[in-house]
Design a binder for this molecule. Structure first.
Ligand code: NDP
Length: 288
């Protein structure tokens, strides 16, 4: 079997166009367009590739996307006060705090200071709680992107064996909740699974495999189940090239669908951030 490629760039373009149309309708209805602030500490905010792709997506959609640069010397209190100021500003409809933050800054505490209806990354504890209950439209962006690609292949997830490798707060855990919501039977693997020598078996059972480890080519193509859907979230720089966590060529011979790296989950992530932000904007427009 030779897998069909799940093209994240194409899906991102389609979704961006839909969001652009929605923003135009919202502008007509409310007389305003969404305005978001990306807070970056200790580095040039728009320099990173994620920052650039956020700005590109926002510009296309018609969102005013700003970067706030805070010095690496900023204290936790100053950061919390800064976030509070943005919370109180009626012209800011969405806030995100760029990772990594310098040592000494408590990222989660600062994200929890963002009011839930301006938390465009969905990493605020209130939004994560709502995600757990299946009651929010604000979905952590990377898992939202992975899910959009998965659904784009038309698979009915109910009862499917879904295996996630990686249990981070930003990818693996939200993915687990999203797959459960779709009635998949979900297994989450981590270093403990590997140490017990059980990772190969778990991967081999997966009808849907989502990998977010940050380890280039760790998942061997030969482990992948025939006819499965493989979503590779990993982004790793190796000898000047970006590669995923899954050994692509061999996996693509066995899977029915597979995401490339680059060009799979990555291009969709910034668009999902904008999608979340449009939800927060709508919530705020309905609050006034
Ligand atoms: P983390 O480092 O936070 O988590 C990695 C996870 O992989 C952990 O749960 C860890 O297990 C697990 N893991 C590591 N080694 C092994 C092993 N040998 N066997 C089994 N499990 C293992 O990474 P992130 O979730 O933040 O990111 C993962 C990848 O996704 C990275 O390549 C990152 O660049 C990429 N990424 C891509 C994004 C995109 O937009 N496309 C956005 C965010 C991330 P344990 O918990 O036991 O330590």
């Amino acid at each position: 079997m030779s897998a069909r490629i799940l093209d994240g760039k194409m899906l991102a373009q389609r979704l961006q166009q839909e969001l652009k149309n929605e923003v135009e309708l919202l502008r007509v209805r409310f007389g305003k367009t969404p305005r978001f602030m990306n807070i970056t500490i200790g580095q040039e905010p728009s320099a990173g590739s994620y920052g650039k792709s956020q700005k590109r997506a926002a510009d296309f959609i018609g969102i005013d996307y700003q970067f706030a640069y805070l010095s690496s010397q900023v204290t936790q209190k100053e950061l919390l006060d800064y976030v509070h100021g943005l919370n109180e500003d009626p012209d800011i409809h969405g806030i995100m705090l760029h990772k990594p933050v310098p040592e000494g800054i408590d990222f989660q505490q600062a994200v929890n200071r963002i009011v839930p209806h301006k938390d465009i990354e969905g990493m605020n504890i209130a939004n994560l709680g709502l995600l757990m209950l299946g009651r929010t439209n604000i979905i952590p962006c990377t898992s939202a992107a992975a899910m959009a690609l998965l659904l784009s292949c038309g698979i009915d997830l109910a009862g499917k064996e879904a295996v996630i490798v990686g249990r981070s707060e930003i990818v693996g855990k939200p993915m687990m909740l999203l797959l459960l919501e779709k009635n998949a039977t979900v297994t989450v693997c981590h270093r403990g699974t590997s140490k017990a020598g059980r990772l190969i078996d778990q991967v081999g059972r997966a009808e849907v495999l989502v990998v977010a480890m940050g380890k280039p080519g760790f998942i061997k193509g030969a482990w992948v189940r025939e006819g499965s859907v493989v979503i590779d979230v990993g982004i790793n720089a190796v000898n000047g090239k970006i590669v995923g966590d899954v050994e692509f060529d061999e996996a693509a011979r066995r899977a029915a669908f597979i995401t490339p790296v680059p060009g799979g989950v990555g291009p969709l992530t910034a668009v999902m951030l904008m999608k979340n932000g449009i939800e927060t904007f709508k919530t705020q427009m309905q609050m006034v």
